[in-house]
Design a protein around this ligand. Structure first.
Ligand SMILES: Nc1ncnc2c1ncn2[C@@H]1O[C@H](COP(=O)(O)OP(=O)(O)OP(=O)(O)O)[C@@H](O)[C@H]1O
Ligand SMILES: O=P(O)(O)OC[C@@]1(O)O[C@H](CO)[C@@H](O)[C@@H]1O
Length: 303
C-alpha cells in the first residue's frame, strides 16, 4: 500500500483575475476550490493513474470536512487524525503571474501526534510512505524524521517532498526518493544553484549519504534523476502553463505510479515528468489521459 501524509492540508482556493490592485476592491473572473496539501495531491494523482493509496494527516473543521468529502467522491482512501482546529485555506491568485498565500493551519495536540504515529506503526514491509508539505507550527520540527524512522524500522520505503529545516532533518533517514526543485536543493546546501551541473553535484551528495533516487525538478527546464548508478535528464514538454500548483506533487505521483506497476527506472522518471507537466498544463491535477499523451514528447538522456 502507498500511504501519503499531509501534516498541514489545505483547501486551495484558486482566484483568477485580470489584474490585482492592492488596497482596492478586486473582482474574480473565476474561483475554484480543491482539496490541497502536497501529500493529498500525490494521493489524488496516484488514484487518477490507477494506484490505490491512503491519505493520512491531520484534518479539522468545515474545511477538513470538505477535503474528506472531495477525496471520498474521487474514491481516494483516507484515514486522517481529527485536529481540534480548522484546516487552513490557501489562496492561489492567478492574474498572469501566480501568487500564493498559504495559511498557518490548526494547532496539533500531543495525543493527535501519537494517533498518527500509531497508524505508521501499523504499516507493513513493502509499503511506501510519502511525507509531503510543510509542518504546522505546533508540531516538533523533527516530526517527519520521527515518522520516517518509525516507518523505516518496519521495512517501509520513504519518499519526502518538503523544504527548509524539515528537509534537512528527514534526509538523515535513508530515503527511497526525494524531489527537491533546484531552489530547494540549493537551500539545503546553503547555496544558489544556477546550472544542471551544480544540481547534479549537490544531488550526488544526497545519494552518497544514502538517498536512493533524487529527482531535481527545474520547472520548464526539465528534470534530473540522480541515483548511485545513473544520471538522467528529461526535457519538459512544451505547452501553455495554466497552473503550476501541484506540478511537483504530480511528478512524485507519476513516478510512484509507474514504479508500483513494475516499470523500469527510466520509464518511472518519464512518467513522473509527464505527470508534472500535464498538471502544469491543466487547471486541476493531471488525468491519466493527459499524462499518457505527453509521454512521447519526453526524451530521457544519460548525462
Ligand atoms: N513551464 C513548465 N512547462 C512544462 N512543464 C512544467 C513547467 N513547470 C513545471 N512543469 C512540470 O512540473 C514538474 C515540477 O515542476 P517544478 O520544478 O516547478 O516543481 P515544484 O517547484 O516542486 O512544483 P510546485 O511546488 O509548483 O508543485 C517539472 O519537472 C515539469 O515536469
Ligand atoms: O504550505 P506547504 O505545505 O508547503 O504547501 C501547501 C501547498 O502550497 O502545496 C500544494 C502544492 O504543492 C498545494 O496544494 C498547497 O496549497
Amino acid at each position: 500500500m502507498i500511504y501519503t501524509c499531509t501534516l498541514n492540508p489545505s483547501i486551495d482556493y484558486v482566484v483568477e483575475l485580470d489584474s490585482i490592485q492592492l488596497g482596492d476592491l478586486n473582482r474574480a473572473k473565476r474561483t475554484e476550490q480543491y482539496p490541497g496539501g502536497k501529500g493529498i495531491n500525490v494521493s489524488r494523482v496516484l488514484k487518477r493513474l490507477g494506484v490505490e493509496n491512503t491519505a493520512l494527516g491531520f484534518i479539522g473543521g468545515f474545511t477538513g470536512e470538505f477535503i474528506r468529502e472531495e477525496l471520498s467522491k474521487e474514491l481516494v482512501h483516507h484515514d486522517f487524525v481529527k485536529a481540534n482546529g480548522t484546516t487552513r485555506i490557501n489562496v492561489k491568485l492567478k492574474s498572469g503571474d501566480e501568487t500564493e498565500i498559504n495559511g498557518q493551519g490548526p494547532t496539533i495536540e500531543t495525543e493527535q501526534i501519537n494517533a498518527l504515529l500509531q497508524k505508521v506503526e501499523a504499516m507493513n514491509e513493502g509499503d511506501i510512505f510519502v511525507l509531503a508539505g510543510s509542518l504546522p507550527a505546533s508540531v516538533p520540527a523533527d516530526f517527519y524524521k520521527t515518522l520516517a524512522a518509525a516507518a523505516r524500522a518496519r521495512g517501509v520505503k520513504i519518499v519526502a517532498d518538503t523544504s527548509g529545516p524539515a528537509l534537512k532533518e528527514i534526509i538523515e533517514e535513508k530515503l527511497f526518493l526525494i524531489k527537491p526543485n533546484h531552489h530547494e536543493l540549493g537551500e539545503l546546501f546553503e547555496t544558489t544553484i544556477t546550472s544542471k551541473e551544480e544540481s547534479i553535484a549537490y544531488a550526488k551528495r544526497l545519494v552518497e549519504s544514502g538517498t536512493e533516487n533524487v529527482i531535481v525538478s527545474m520547472a520548464g527546464a526539465g528534470a534530473l534523476l540522480i541515483t548511485n548508478h545513473k544520471i538522467l535528464y528529461a526535457n519538459a514538454p512544451k505547452g501553455t502553463v495554466k497552473n503550476s500548483v501541484g506540478a511537483g506533487d504530480s511528478t512524485i505521483g507519476g513516478f510512484l505510479a509507474a514504479y508500483t506497476q513494475g516499470k523500469a527506472l527510466e520509464e518511472c522518471f518519464r512518467y513522473g515528468v509527464a505527470s508534472g507537466s500535464a498538471t502544469a498544463f491543466s487547471s486541476d491535477l493531471c488525468t491519466k489521459e493527459e499524462v499518457e499523451k505527453l509521454l512521447p514528447e519526453i526524451t530521457i538522456t544519460q548525462v
